[in-house]
Design a protein around this ligand. Structure first.
Ligand code: NAD
Length: 459
């Protein structure tokens, strides 16, 4: 069997990272803090170049890049720096009577060599946020950013590879062949962000070595508009969240389920909101579609007969302008796959039962949104609809609260991260029963008797 140079390099990299991890160099909390501070300083030092790189890749403005990528990253590092000394402590739990006297606790420990694979739509955020979790957990990391935004992948590789020991953190750039080679190695953790289709490939590769995985995937996220909702505010919040990053956001509203009594007003307000934002390429406030393949995929989902607003595709600029489709049914092309772009299908519902049935007939979404002020409807939404995370009377913003672990369920993913959950995602918690040697009851020892059994039953 001929092994390529790249494969040899990857094998050596994993070997070296494992040796470095086994040296215990990454374990001390002081080391982790020092390295996180270094990462933060590097990000701040290269902020301007990072803005320029993402603008070259898909026209994302500095404001939007700061809002959706840069600030959350710095925030994530700050949270880890502030809390790491507490997170690494043993977590006490109560001890049951049969083990008395003893103490019981959980000991967080690093997992080892980790592989992080990022998606393209928030290329910095989706690569570096898991990296921060891995560093906080005390692991070594191989990071493979998405190859589609080539400039952002390049700059992350340059910043990290020029400044960190490769035995600790290394960015390996590449597309499918390189990722396939990376996935053939044995890791202690694989953290993947991307589509459910590739998630299955990653899960299979991880199964080969029984490697722990976190899969951050996607799906069709519903937004339900009950007839009692505060319509103007609800539409305003949903429209911003739908078209930010040109809808290339895993937790954006994929489709809206709108009660028939408010549908006309909903559509009118939605158009007003879109116009207010003045989305335009000229004003550099509207992000391009990542590549031509995705642009053509999106164009094919637009049924001109059902376009209520927009529908314009500019191939020269690689832009799909905000589009609303009405009278959509589950049979339409736009309802057959995750849209991941600036198209909003609106399905009119006669009753809430109908909305709930539609959502439950599809795979469990990464996010779900309800717009209503009724406690009864809110309770029902929380009780009946399975989803990774979501909001009531807002869209997307749950993602910005680091105290809410972020992740999917079923087809939309497994595991979660952000804030403390990131540390936990990249740690194992050893369960320990710690007994003093001075006292011992004789209950469990040979010499079984009825009287011992009576005491055991009582306990
Ligand atoms: P993708 O699955 O095509 O690619 C993700 C990563 O996998 C990339 O790094 C890519 O190089 C690699 N990859 C692609 N094909 C591969 C293959 N055959 N074998 C091995 N590796 C392969 O996803 P994408 O297009 O980058 O992102 C869009 C998808 O990601 C959407 O479904 C979206 O919902 C989801 N997403 C989820 C989250 C989340 O946090 N849950 C965030 C962003 C995007």
């Amino acid at each position: 069997m001929v092994i390529s140079t790249f494969e040899q390099e990857v094998q050596e990299l994993v070997r070296n990272q494992r040796a470095f991890f086994n040296s215990s160099a990454t374990r001390p909390v002081e080391f982790r803090i020092q390295q996180l501070k270094k990462l933060k300083a590097l990000l701040l030092e290269h902020e301007e170049e990072m803005h320029q790189a993402i603008f070259k890749d898909f026209g994302k403005s500095k404001f939007e890049n700061q809002l959706t990528e840069f600030f959350p990253l710095i925030d994530e590092i700050n949270i880890a720096l502030k809390n790491l000394k507490t997170w690494v402590k043993h977590r006490r739990v109560s001890t049951n009577t049969i083990n008395f006297p003893a103490s019981s606790y959980l000991v967080p420990e690093p997992l080892g060599v980790t592989l992080v694979i990022g998606a393209w739509n928030f290329p910095y955020n989706l690569s570096l946020t898991p990296l921060i979790g891995s560093m906080a957990g005390g692991n070594t990391t191989i990071l493979k950013p998405s190859e589609l935004p080539a400039e952002t992948s390049k700059i992350m590789a340059r910043i990290i590879n020029n400044n960190f020991d490769p035995n600790y953190i290394r960015v390996v750039e590449g597309a499918i062949p390189e990722t396939t080679t990376l996935l053939a190695q044995r890791y202690d953790k694989i953290f993947f962000t991307g589509s459910p289709k590739v998630g299955k490939i990653v899960h299979k590769a991880a199964a080969e070595h029984l490697t722990n995985v976190t899969l951050e995937l996607g799906g069709k996220n519903p937004a339900i508009f009950a007839k009692d909702c505060a319509l103007k505010m609800s539409v305003k919040r949903m429209i911003w969240a739908k078209f930010v990053n040109s809808g290339q956001l895993c937790i954006t509203t994929d489709y809206a389920l709108v009660h028939q009594d408010i549908k006309d007003e909903f559509l009118k307000l939605a158009v007003e909101e879109i116009k207010k934002h003045h989305f335009s390429k000229e004003k550099a406030n509207y992000v391009k579609i990542i590549n031509n393949a995705n642009l053509e995929r999106l164009a094919s989902l637009i049924d001109p007969e059902k376009v209520y607003y927009g529908g314009k595709v500019d191939r020269n600029m690689r832009v799909v302008y905000p589009t609303i489709m009405e009278n959509v049914t589950l049979n339409d092309a736009v309802m057959q796959e995750e849209i991941f772009g600036p198209i909003l299908p609106v399905i009119t519902i006669e009753t809430l039962d109908e909305a709930f049935e539609i959502v439950k007939s599809l795979e469990k979404p990464l996010a779900a949104y309800l717009f209503s002020d009724s406690t009864k409807i809110k309770d029902r939404f929380l009780r009946e609809i399975p989803f990774g995370g979501g909001c009531i009377n807002d869209c997307v913003m749950h993602n910005t609260n680091p105290n809410l672990p972020f992740g999917g369920v079923g087809q939309s993913g497994m595991g979660s991260y952000h804030g403390k959950a990131s540390f936990e995602c990249f740690s194992h918690f050893k369960s320990v029963l710690d007994k003093p040697t001075a006292i011992e009851t004789n209950l469990k020892y040979y010499g079984y008797s009825e009287s011992k059994m009576k005491v055991l039953k009582m306990l």
